[in-house]
Design a protein around this ligand. Structure first.
Ligand code: FES
Ligand code: FES
Length: 226
């Protein structure tokens, strides 16, 4: 006999005239659940067809990069880093982690340093972006680029474009009196100390460990530590 055909305990009661099998009980229970469930009208509609990511509508974006106006058509999901590297072929800004954790993609957007991998390109409509290519040229280096060369502030160089863009912005931040996490007095002009520089540059990771030389380079451009 199939196990489900064994008499249910209730059917074995001497008071029960009807001998139900376990299978009968299970069938009756399932039917009851189905009858008491939500009607079809109450159930959420099944999700519609997913949009095809290859045929998403494109969006027009106009911005200035390194002083040059650009207008491009973009998928709305494109990051600023991918716009720079894949659409404008400015490959100086590096993709290290693509998660906002290494700083290799740092660029200056409207005067502020940002991680380009974390910023959607469309947010920069009408904006102005400066990458490492826009700071100086091989013939006429930006003072920060020249200081990195002088102080040997790199080894493999992968982090260097982001380090330099960040360092340029850091010097501007300190000169503007913007305090950092290690500033002792939030109302006083921050000191240009090694601790300040290390704190402010902490979002730019150098896997080669060129940190001390990087600090030397920034210090020289900033006019010496206090
Ligand atoms: Fe943007 Fe690492 S690539 S922070
Ligand atoms: Fe190699 Fe910084 S110089 S990661």
């Amino acid at each position: 006999m199939h196990p489900d055909d064994t008499p249910a305990p209730a059917a074995q009661s001497p008071d029960c005239a009807l001998a139900l099998t376990r299978r009968d009980v299970l069938v009756a229970s399932a039917a009851g659940v189905a009858a008491s469930g939500a009607s079809a009208a109450d159930r959420p509609a099944p999700p519609g067809p997913r949009p095809n990511p290859d045929t998403m509508p494109l969006n027009r974006l106009s911005l200035t990069v390194n002083g040059q106006p650009h207008t491009v058509e973009l998928d709305a999901r494109t990051t600023l880093l991918d716009l720079l590297r894949e659409h404008l072929h400015l490959t100086g800004s590096k993709k290290g982690c693509d998660h906002g954790q290494c700083g290799a993609c740092t660029v200056i957007a409207d005067g502020r340093r940002i991680n380009a991998c974390l910023s959607l390109a469309l947010l920069h409509e009408g904006g102005s972006v400066t990458t490492i290519e826009g700071l100086g040229t091989p013939q006429k280096l930006h003072p920060m680029q020249a200081a990195f060369v002088k102080h040997d502030g790199y080894q493999c160089g992968y982090c260097t474009p982001g380090q330099i863009c960040s360092a340029v912005a850091v010097v501007d931040e300190v000169r503007a009196g913007i305090p950092s996490h290690v500033s002792a007095d939030l109302n006083a002009r921050p000191l240009l100390s090694v601790a300040e520089l290390r704190e402010r540059m902490s979002g730019n990771i150098c896997r080669c460990g060129a940190y001390s030389n990087i600090v030397d380079a920034i210090t020289e451009v900033a006019g010496g530590t206090t």
